[in-house]
Design a protein around this ligand. Structure first.
Ligand code: MF3
Ligand code: CO
Ligand code: CO
Length: 266
């Protein structure tokens, strides 16, 4: 399957849906607190997305029953919000927001701290944040797709952390998931050559222990095989001649996080 080169108009549309997803993610981040349920997070994301005249992409996507993915502690990704799942002090939680607007999707996630993190929670979360930054830093026209995964894998494994193999970043646009698959491990100089106008996500899932994962009986929730912590950050980006543009750029710094403002390259 070939990778689309998006038109200027389509990129502008993804910039709009991506910005909406980023703003919704910031809103959720500001509301997080111990004692709240993941169903309350779902309600915030759902209502804020509809208020914007947009649709939450996860809802009914291949049967996914909610409007956002909420993945706590050893849950790697695709956690399903629940009325009976309560955030507790010391938890880490990834909130993954995808917004469909103007015929295109924008996809972004972050891992947040509930109260004060343990040293282990902080280690895996800050490594995931930096892994995404290092992956993004590889992107420019004529770089190779494998350069992204190689940079992430070298960094994470160098800290003794695991890089999830079974789930990847992805092309995005009129479809939620389209080619290419963006692996978060790999070899420098391998894979397709990146071209300006390609739009895809980078979303490394970094584990405190083994990279191996299991799928729960609900067929969505992915957990670490050793039940150790996992963290993830995600941006949607467009390749440019000199680098890339983050299409899910946030209008400020994330709350409940050690977020830093991203330096935008031209
Ligand atoms: N947002 C996820 C991703 O980054 C996909 C979630 S699919 C869902 O690709 F159905 F679980 F929502
Ligand atoms: Co994604
Ligand atoms: Co996502």
């Amino acid at each position: 399957m070939s990778v689309e080169i998006k038109s200027t108009r389509e990129i502008e549309a993804i910039r709009v849906s991506g910005r909406m997803a980023a703003e919704t993610l910031m809103l959720v981040g500001s509301r997080l607190r111990a004692g709240m349920t993941t169903e309350e997070i779902n309600r915030i994301v759902h209502d804020d997305t509809i208020r914007r005249g947009a649709i939450p992409s996860p809802l009914n996507y291949h049967g996914f029953p909610k409007s956002v993915c909420t993945s706590i502690n050893h849950v790697v990704c695709h956690g399903i919000p629940r009325h009976d799942e309560v955030l507790r002090d010391g938890d880490i939680i990834n909130v993954d927001v995808t917004t469909f607007h103007g015929g295109v999707h924008g996809d972004t996630s972050a891992t947040f701290y509930i109260g004060t993190p343990s040293d282990e929670a902080r280690k895996v979360t800050e490594a995931a944040r930096q892994a995404l930054a290092l992956g993004i830093a590889q992107v420019r026209e004529n770089a190779r797709l494998g350069d992204i995964g190689a940079a992430i894998q070298e960094f994470a494994e160098g800290q003794g952390l695991g890089v999830v193999r079974d789930y990847t970043g992805h092309g995005i646009g009129r479809r939620f998931h389209e080619p290419p698959s963006v692996h978060h491990y790999g070899k420098r100089g391998s894979g397709i050559r990146l071209k300006a106008g390609m739009v895809f996500t980078i979303e490394p899932m970094i584990n405190l222990g083994t990279y191996e994962v299991d799928l729960l009986a609900d067929k969505w929730t992915v957990i670490t095989r050793d039940r150790k912590l996992s963290a993830q950050f995600e941006h949607t980006i467009v390749v440019t001649k000199t680098g890339c543009e983050i299409l899910t750029q946030r209008p400020g710094v994330l709350p409940n996080s050690e977020d830093l403002p991203w330096v935008q390259r031209p």
